[in-house]
Design a protein around this ligand. Sequence first.
Ligand code: ADP
Length: 306
Amino acid sequence: VVVVFGSVNVDATSYVREFPRPGETVHSSGFRVALGGKGANQAVAAHLSGARVELIARVGDDANADVPMRTFAAFGLATDGVAAVPGEPTGVAQITVNGAGENTIVVTAGANAAFGAEVVEAERERIARGDVVLTQGELPTATIEALSVAADAAGARFVLNLAPPVPVAVGSIALADPLVLNVHEARVVGLGVGLDDDARPDAWRDAAASAVGALARSVVVTLGARGAVAADRTGSWTVPAPDVRAVDTTGAGDAATGTLAAMLAEGRPLPEAVRLAVAAGALAVLRQGTVDSYAARDAVLGLAER
Ligand code: ADP
């Protein structure tokens, strides 16, 4: 079982020629409402990858909560762990994309900010020995810290995607197995500090290897079109991404992380799980959208075998 303690958002995207200036009103050429939030995205990815997923999340007691609830139902994801917080809005990301493809984003954490450490206490009986417990940087840091301890105490595997890279206690990061980061997040936590974006993947692999035991139990760094690197106490690996034509990379990292958790929950070794995660990430860039662009298990396994 993959138990996801995570954020849920409604992503509301407007497409404009130019961003409005203060006081100005502009008309959009299109509008899209879709499920967002790293927790929600990763839970959908783990579910599509074949894992049994329990999503523990908080929405608001407003009409916007219908968007995530309906999307979870459409994917067949159980929602008994998704509760409404009285008086809070559902988390929202108001995204504006201009003609040059640039974006501005206003995030209202809403119910996600009300996801306190007491939820971990209340839901801890859902975590069993051998489970994968997955979370991200979009919950309060005290909640992430409580979860790391609860997962460890239950004999579960704690997978921490520190995105965004919020200041979580080093003792909690130390329990991560793996700690999953992109290159920007990696630098914030002091991994690969001297490396620039186009540094050789093997240099990132060595940086990940040197962080094992020191920073976290194991480490995965995703490198966009160049795949990912991974390291644990048994070794370190460079995993190239399949060569694909990227249409929209939104949510690719979440596809990779959710699939990684699913494959670890199946008992696959880290390098194999990362290979499948990289395949899932590559498949997620082929189409527009976030969870709508995620591939099913068979496609992920098929691409990874090639
Ligand atoms: P994030 O979206 O969190 O910044 P990355 O950009 O590192 O994360 O991408 C995560 C994963 O998505 C990569 O490891 C890779 O598997 C896949 N991916 C992203 N961009 C591409 C691309 N252009 N071609 C192929 N795979 C990609």
